[in-house]
Design a protein around this ligand. Structure first.
Ligand SMILES: *Cc1c(COP(=O)(O)O)cnc(C)c1O
Length: 231
């Protein structure tokens, strides 16, 4: 078994253990393999070990890998900050966007999503760490963004995403993730049917699963430590 295959197996076991520990069905949690900075061959290796969904942070790098692999069985998720001038590439080449944080970007993606493709699945990134983080919409701006977003053709709002500030304080992480879950529940109480909580990475996926994550985004624990600057 290759290193990536055995790490994948270990991460799947970790996800399943955390799910059972918290009374959840492991099948309700999907694993997104974050392949940023890793070459197409690393994706092939993970694919051979049964992984189908991959996450990328950088538009140019993601596009290059998508066309190098040219595998219609793969599902590509864009998870990084997205500049408006690169939105067309994401609208054309990805199945999901996890990091939507402003209406203007949503409006561009809506127009740019090719009508021949299914709607782009979208999560709104919420800033759950307050002052400590600049990414994501402020929680108090979420409702207004959702109301406008659900009107846009070509986009399908699936749920919420967050990246809390790294912390060794498990209780603090649990509170951040619980906060995102409560936001999702509040939206669903208003009549939406959102099914996705994209939260949890290599170091905090257990806390995220405890609080209801449905997608965990895992890079390092599958592919190893990233080396920067990127190749
Ligand atoms: C890089 C990244 C991940 C994966 O992080 P690891 O710590 O390597 O598991 C997940 N989500 C986002 C938004 C990222 O940028």
């Amino acid at each position: 078994m290759t290193t990536i295959a055995s790490r994948l197996q270990a991460v799947r076991a970790r996800v399943a253990d955390a799910a059972r520990l918290h009374g959840r069905n492991p099948d309700d949690i999907s694993l997104l393999a974050v392949s940023k900075t890793w070459p197409a061959d690393a994706v092939r290796e993970a694919r051979a070990a049964g992984q189908r969904c991959f996450g990328e942070n950088y538009v140019r790098e993601g596009l290059a890998k998508i066309s190098a692999l040219a595998d219609p069985g793969l599902e590509w998720h864009f998870i990084g900050p997205l500049q408006s001038n690169k939105s067309a590439d994401v609208a054309r080449a990805f199945a999901w966007l996890h990091s939507l944080d402003r209406l203007k970007l949503a409006q561009r993606l809506s127009v740019q999503r090719p009508p021949t493709l299914p709607a782009l699945n979208v999560c709104i990134q919420v800033n759950v760490s307050g002052e400590a983080s600049k990414s994501g919409v402020a929680p108090q701006a979420l409702d207004a963004l959702v109301d406008r977003l659900v009107e846009l053709p070509g986009l399908r709002l699936r749920g919420l995403m967050c990246v809390p500030e790294p912390s060794a304080d498990e209780a603090l992480l649990r509170r951040r993730f619980a906060g995102l879950r409560e936001r999702l529940e509040a939206l669903n109480a208003r009549g939406f049917a959102l099914d996705t909580l994209s939260m949890g990475m290599s170091h905090d996926l257990d806390a995220a699963i405890a609080e209801g994550a449905t997608i965990v985004r895992v890079g390092t624990a599958i592919f190893g430590e990233r080396v920067y600057p990127r190749p």
